[in-house]
Design a protein around this ligand. Structure first.
Ligand SMILES: Cc1cc2nc3c(=O)[nH]c(=O)nc-3n(C[C@H](O)[C@H](O)[C@H](O)COP(=O)(O)O)c2cc1C
Length: 207
């Protein structure tokens, strides 16, 4: 049976475009994988606490971290266990200042952890997780992706890099753009095209 980990990262609750799109993606997955279970974490509304000094020292200590204990290490262990148990990860995130919002960064700081999700190697980090499909529903007020992009994009390369370093490489970005100005029908058209892409990806996966 499939398990989906669904992270929503906007503080805007039910007003959020990225949350609406990621929820629709989860529904598409469940439609082709009946019985799939879902763990939902609303990071935008209840962000993980920032990492503390003990956590940072434990990570710097590397394999010697065994002697450390801190609430952040416990939160990290729980977040990693949820990520490992999931067959698919669905993230709904706004673009904030050209990159991921602080709430998603706080989750990333918990799950990208030496000797747990990656191993430091002579030629860089080696991922310890098996690959899994990731769908990233992004909402941006402006236009950052594709033809006519008018601002830098530190979000998609950053997420590809951090997930890639733990072994997760099948990352699909699905941006709904120009939310600040788009008409309802433009947003609807974008969403329709993005969900069609999700259906194609799922078909390709034989889901
Ligand atoms: C703090 C903050 C920073 C933002 N930075 C950007 C940005 O760099 N580029 C952009 O296109 N939109 C930016 N926006 C607009 C949001 O991306 C846009 O409102 C989006 O729809 C939010 O996603 P949501 O609807 O899921 O909450 C920003 C909004 C906030 C609140």
């Amino acid at each position: 049976m499939s398990q989906i980990l669904h992270l929503t990262c906007s503080p805007r609750g039910t007003e959020s475009h990225s949350r609406a799109l990621s929820t629709a993606i989860v529904q598409r997955i469940v439609a082709v994988r009946p019985g799939a279970t879902q763990i939902r974490r609303d990071l935008g509304v209840a962000p993980p606490d920032r990492i503390d000094g003990l956590y940072a020292s434990a990570l710097v200590a590397g394999q010697a971290e065994i002697g450390f204990s801190s609430p952040a290490l416990d939160r990290s262990a729980a977040a990693i266990a949820e990520l490992v148990a999931a067959d698919m990860l669905v993230i709904g995130t706004p673009m904030h200042n050209f990159t991921v919002p602080a709430a998603l960064k706080a989750w990333i700081d918990l799950v990208i952890r030496p000797f747990h999700t990656f191993a430091p190697g002579a030629n860089g980090k080696v991922g310890l997780l098996p690959d899994k499909p990731v769908f990233v529903a992004i909402a941006s007020g402006g236009h950052f992706h594709g033809e006519g992009a008018a601002q830098p994009d530190f979000l998609t390369p950053y997420l590809s890099a951090v997930l890639g370093c733990i072994g997760v490489r099948s990352v699909h970005f699905l941006p709904v753009q120009r939310t600040a100005r788009a008409t309802a029908s433009d947003l609807e058209q974008q969403t329709h095209a993005l969900l069609k892409r999700v259906d194609d990806i799922l078909r390709h996966m034989g889901a």
